[in-house]
Every structure is written in C-alpha cells, then in structure tokens.
Design a protein around this ligand. Structure first.
Ligand SMILES: *[C@@H]1O[C@H](CO)[C@@H](O)[C@H](O)[C@H]1NC(C)=O
Ligand SMILES: *[C@@H]1O[C@H](CO)[C@@H](O)[C@H](O)[C@H]1NC(C)=O
Ligand SMILES: *[C@@H]1O[C@H](CO)[C@@H](O)[C@H](O)[C@H]1NC(C)=O
Ligand SMILES: *[C@@H]1O[C@H](CO)[C@@H](O)[C@H](O)[C@H]1NC(C)=O
Ligand SMILES: *[C@@H]1O[C@H](CO)[C@@H](O)[C@H](O)[C@H]1NC(C)=O
Ligand SMILES: *[C@@H]1O[C@H](CO)[C@@H](O)[C@H](O)[C@H]1NC(C)=O
Ligand SMILES: *[C@@H]1O[C@H](CO)[C@@H](O)[C@H](O)[C@H]1NC(C)=O
Ligand SMILES: CC(=O)N[C@H]1CO[C@H](CO)[C@@H](O)[C@@H]1O
Length: 567
C-alpha cells in the first residue's frame, strides 16, 4: 500500500506539473492594483518637489511577467489631472486599445480608476512603463517590466544568480508643471529643458561619499554572475554606462537576444532598454556604477553623472579611486560603431519567414521622416516633415470605432516623403499596409541626439548614417542579421533606417522618445487596418471602454453612436 500511495502522489505531482506547463504556455493572470499619487517629501535631488509614485514607490513597482501572461493593472488616478500609462515595448498584439497613449485611450480622470488588461504575447525581454501625457514622465510614474522566458524555453546564457532592474534617467529639480509651462512658453528659446539638472539611478541621487543621501547599491557575491536590466527612463539625455573594474556581456535589448559581446561601457539612449551580464570577479570591495551623459560638457562632481555602487557582500571597503572614465562624450563615432554590432541571436517573434534575415524583403512602403523644430504662431514646436502633432480630445481609435475617423482626423493627409513648406499643426495619421513591410528613415535635422519608438511592433534596425539619407544609402544597410527592438537612436544631423512588418492591426503611436520633442508635437500614428471583423484579427474594444471628446457621455448618457460594423 505504501508504494501505491507513493505512486498516487507521484501521479498527482506529475499532473500538477503538466497543468502548470499548460498554464504557462497560455499564460497566467497577474493582478495589480496601483495607486498613482504625488509625493512631495521624496526630495530626489536637493529640493522638495512633486514626484509621481505608484503605491508610494518611486520608481514604481516591477511588473514581472512571463511570455503570454495576462497583466491586469487597475490604475487609480490620485493625481490632480488626467493620466494614461503606456507600456514601452509591450506590443499589445491585436489590441491597441490597451496601449495607453492619447490616440488610443481616453485619459483616466482624477479620482477615477481604470483597468488595463494586456498580454505579453510571444514576447520576452526588458521594458518599462511610464505616464504618457501631460509631461508627467518628468515627475516619475515609471517602473521596470520584465518579460521572462517560459520555463520550457532555453535562454542563450546560464541562469544568473539574480537580476537587477536599473532605471537611469535625467531629472528636473523643478516641479514638472513649471517645466512643461516653460517649454511651451513663447518667450523662451527652443533649447529650454534640453539639459535637465541631475541624473538618477532608480530614483536616487548620485552617490556622494560622506553624506547620508540614499544612493543606489547592488549587493553581489564574489564569483557570481548577475543580469542587469537597464533602461533609460529619462527625458532628454543619452548615457554611457559602466562599472568600475568590471566588464559587461551584452545579451539582450528590448526583446531580442543579441550577439553576445563583451563591453567596457554601453551607450543607452532615451527610451532604450538593455540586459548585460556582470560577473563579480574582482577583490571583495565596493565599485562605482556610473552613467555619464553624452554630448554634454560637464564638470567633475556634476549631479548629471549618475553614480551608484556595486557592493560585494561583506566588502567593508568603500568605492575608491576616480570614477571609471568612459569614451569622450562628444565622440559620436564611438556610439555609432557600438550600435552597428550585428545583433540578433533570436527574439521571441522572428519575421514571417522565421528568421531575422530581411535580405529578401522589398518594403511595400517607405516613410522618410525629418525631425526638426519650428515656431508656429509664435509657439515653440517640434515637427516631423514640418507637421506638429496636436492631440484631438477624441482618441483616434474611438473615432475609428464610432464614426470611421470622420471629423477627428483625415487619413493620409500627412506627407510621408516630403517636408511641408511651412510648419503647421496637424493630426498626423498615416496608413500602414497590413502585412506589408514598411521602411522608415528617421532624419535628425537637429544637432542633438534623438530616439524614435513605435508601439505595436519591433524595428529591424538596418542602418545608421550621417548627413542626408539618399536611396543609395540602402547599399549600406545590414539586411542579414539586424537587431529587432522598439526604440532606435538617431544621431545629430544623421539618419537611422528600420524595417517593420505590419502584422499587428491597430492605431500605433510613432514618437520621439525625448519628452519635450514628443510633448511639443514630434509624433504621428500609423493606422494598420484589417477589414476582417473577426476578433481573432483585431480585438474588439474592452468592456470598460472609456468615452471622451465628442463621445463624452458624462452629461448625456448613451450619446455615443453604435460601433460601426466590423470595428
Ligand atoms: C519573476 O517571475 C519569475 C517566474 O515566475 C520568478 O521565477 C521570479 O522569482 C520572479 N521575480 C521577482 C523579482 O518577483
Ligand atoms: C475600479 O476599481 C474597482 C475596485 O477594484 C473595480 O471593481 C472596477 O472594475 C475598476 N473600474 C475599472 C473601470 O476598471
Ligand atoms: C567643454 O568645456 C571646456 C571647458 O569649458 C571647453 O574647453 C571645451 O571646448 C568644451 N567642449 C565642447 C565640445 O563643448
Ligand atoms: C472609412 O474611412 C476610410 C479612410 O478614410 C475610407 O477609405 C473608407 O471608405 C471609410 N469607410 C466607410 C464605411 O465609410
Ligand atoms: C519648414 O517650415 C519652416 C517654418 O515654417 C520653413 O522656414 C522651412 O523652410 C520649412 N522646411 C522646408 C524643408 O520646407
Ligand atoms: C508587399 O510587396 C511584396 C513584394 O512586392 C508583395 O509580394 C506583397 O504582396 C506586398 N504586400 C502587401 C500586403 O501589399
Ligand atoms: C540571408 O538570406 C540570404 C538570401 O536567402 C542568404 O543568401 C544569406 O546567406 C542569409 N544570411 C544569413 C546571415 O543567414
Ligand atoms: C560585434 C560583432 O559581433 N561583430 C561581428 C559582426 O559580424 C561580422 C561578420 O560576420 C563579424 O566579423 C563581427 O565580429
């Protein structure tokens, strides 16, 4: 009998394991409740200022998901103004309804809550979330997202001892409402806000020996290897990241496992995420962890150099010596060369041919997008092809649902190949061919770094160059093994080229990740339309759909028209 009891337990254990695997394959539900509020006592740099916290935390809590999980985030807006949260790099397959940008969602009103439900469908990697409207990202509200591999999938490196999330970002030591007023101010120059006041690591000020100010510290055991998931959550500055006396092995970026290369330092541009492996192979002590801004002339000890500490357990020795030096911050070539590594060793979702090799791809569409700035009616603006996006009160996606966009935006009025003769405001919405390949060339007319992001898809990053892009530039593209990622940097007066496979119907935000550029108009939407009403093609709107703008029914219930057939 004893053996049969053992047998039964064995079978039950076996069944439990099988059920777990089945659950994992289709994803589990993760339920989160977030109270988003202002805290004026955190004092990240040296003054009290409003900081956006989530459940009292700055940065916000980790979302720790696995491929195909369903994440339910019930967001309670306790700010004094509307709020939307977007999930940078989470592709929201067939479901732009959950993207949390002004073109897809009505904002959550102060005092209200709304539940996002999204699936980390077919994805892995390192990402982050942040508030997408009203310049709120400058005040916090951001946090890390990990999408782990399912347990049955091998990862291309040994399991690290532990993982650390590291959010690096520049920071204004002024109330974000004051900064956002300043950047729009007619009497100010266009350069206002280009260089913030400080740089933070996980919300903490630079490590200053001898003071009691909290700083970021990572505790490690000698001989062990750790995965750092690093994101640039800042507003404007690119960083060079490095750890005193330690090498880094680059392994992943925004959902692609990369060609693994050993680095002394790594450039991270606004909105980008990377994973590196670091082995604690030095004498037990503390070592500086440094992120210094690119293209900025800083003095020693500047608050703009983010510093933390890698601390060997029981080291007892404080970090010492000069901060590890990085490349010349003005050496753009260093950065370009580093970015041109041929990357992919596999991402969760390869191209339709099952590889990352885009040699045989002939793009069905090309967008040539010139980013610049301009004055419109005496107002400072950022433009794409001389259009500055104005966000209509009615989300584009709602307008599509109820009235086929009519009265809210005009599809394809935006010039995708040429720069308008004068700078104008517009609601820029362009058609992307469903299941077609799109080539996007980002041209940066300005002398500062920029970076661009598309929701809903990965970019196959095929090329970087300096000066004007011409069709002959295509000869320099890497079409063999480009990395797939969601944010690409664009060097000063340079260009970056990407391919995108438009297999995800929806309304997708294409934006500069530099907060001021985005806030002042540098964005557009790519509408990928599938006429097939089958919900397996594009999800219907969620049951908790909010209405606003021309469909606002708070005063007159039931004023919204019935959804159009097939929407
Ligand atoms: C994240 O989830 C994975 C998979 O369920 C788990 O192994 C890991 O311990 C979790 N990490 C954290 C920090 O919660
Ligand atoms: C608001 O929160 C309540 C309580 O948790 C929940 O039942 C409700 O579904 C949420 N509302 C929305 C629109 O998500
Ligand atoms: C940086 O500042 C130093 C000292 O003020 C100056 O000599 C140098 O030219 C500056 N470099 C750049 C690239 O602006
Ligand atoms: C909806 O708008 C699109 C683009 O403007 C147009 O091609 C299409 O015919 C319209 N459909 C209906 C049903 O009005
Ligand atoms: C863009 O607009 C500005 C200001 O309206 C104008 O001066 C400039 O020539 C335009 N750019 C191009 C390439 O036409
Ligand atoms: C895209 O272009 C290719 C090659 O010209 C063509 O075979 C394909 O049908 C096009 N796809 C769409 C969706 O139009
Ligand atoms: C990519 O595909 C092309 C054409 O099929 C082939 O010639 C080439 O060897 C492939 N490159 C790699 C890196 O697999
Ligand atoms: C950084 C890196 O991995 N570079 C490799 C890119 O591919 C070329 C040709 O296959 C190699 O020679 C490089 O080492």
């Amino acid at each position: 009998m004893a053996s049969s009891g053992f047998f039964t337990r064995g079978v039950i254990t076996f069944i439990t394991v099988v059920v777990l695997f089945v659950n994992r394959a289709s994803g589990i539900d993760i339920f989160l409740e977030w109270n988003v509020a202002i805290d004026t006592t955190i004092n990240p740099v040296s003054v009290n200022q409003p900081v956006i916290t989530i459940n009292g935390m700055f940065p916000g809590p980790l979302i720790n998901a696995t491929t195909n999980d369903f994440v339910h985030v019930n967001v309670f807006n306790n700010l004094d103004e509307p709020l939307l949260i977007t999930w940078n790099g989470i592709q929201q397959r067939l479901n732009s309804w959950q993207d949390g940008v002004s073109g897809t969602n009505c904002p959550i009103k102060p005092g209200n809550n709304w539940t996002y439900v999204f699936q980390t469908k077919d994805q892995i990697g390192s990402f982050f979330y942040f508030p997408s409207i009203n310049f709120q990202k400058a005040a916090g509200g951001f946090g890390p997202i990990r999408v782990n591999n399912r347990i049955v999938i091998n990862i291309p490196f040994p399991k690290p001892e532990a993982e650390f999330d590291l959010l690096i970002g520049d920071w204004f030591s002024t109330d974000y409402k004051v900064v956002r007023r300043m950047v729009k101010d007619k009497s100010m120059s266009l350069g206002v806000g280009d260089v913030p006041d400080a740089s933070l690591m996980n919300g903490k000020a630079p490590y200053t020996p001898g003071t009691s100010k909290p700083y970021q510290s990572f505790t490690v055991l000698q001989g062990k290897t750790y995965r750092f998931r690093i994101s640039n959550v800042g507003n404007a500055l690119s960083y060079n990241f490095r750890i005193q006396n330690h090498k880094m092995l680059l392994v992943e970026t925004e959902g692609s496992y990369t060609n693994q290369i050993t680095l002394d330092s790594l450039d991270i541009h606004v909105g980008q995420s990377y994973s590196v492996l670091v082995t604690a192979d030095q004498d037990p002590a503390d070592y500086y962890v440094v992120a210094s801004p690119k293209l900025v002339n800083i003095s020693d000890g500047s608050n703009l150099v983010a510093t933390g500490v890698l601390s060997y357990a029981n080291s007892g020795l404080p970090a010492s010596g000069p901060l590890p030096s990085g490349p010349d911050p003005f050496d753009v070539e260093f950065s370009v060369n580093q970015a041109e590594w041929n990357m992919t060793a596999g991402a969760a979702r390869p191209n339709p041919q099952g590889t990352f090799n885009v040699t045989n791809v002939t793009p069905n569409q090309t967008f040539l997008l010139h980013g610049s700035n301009a004055w419109i009616d005496g107002q400072p603006c950022y433009v794409v092809n001389n259009w500055s996006y104005v966000s209509p009160a009615t989300p584009l996606k709602l307008a599509d649902l109820f009235v086929n966009g009519s009265g809210v935006y005009q599809l394809d009025a935006f010039p995708t190949h040429s720069v308008n003769e004068e700078a104008i405001y517009g609601v820029s919405v362009v058609s992307g061919t469903h299941k077609g390949w799109l080539e996007i060339v980002f041209v940066n007319e300005l002398g500062i770094m920029d970076s661009w992001h598309l929701d809903g898809f990965g970019f196959y990053v095929v090329g970087f160059g300096m000066g004007e892009w011409t069709p002959a530039s295509r000869n320099t593209y890497n079409i063999f093994d480009p990395v797939v990622r969601s944010t690409v940097q664009v060097y000063p007066r340079g260009w970056s080229a990407v391919y995108v496979f438009l297999d995800n119907p929806g309304m997708w935000n294409l934006r500069s990740q530099r907060l001021k550029h985005w806030y002042l108009g540098q964005e557009l939407y790519v509408r990928v339309f599938d006429a097939d009403p089958n919900p397996a093609k594009e999800r219907p709107p969620p049951q908790n759909l909010l209405l606003c703008g021309i469909f606002d029914n708070s005063s007159a219930p039931a004023s919204a028209p019935a959804p159009l057939a097939g929407r």
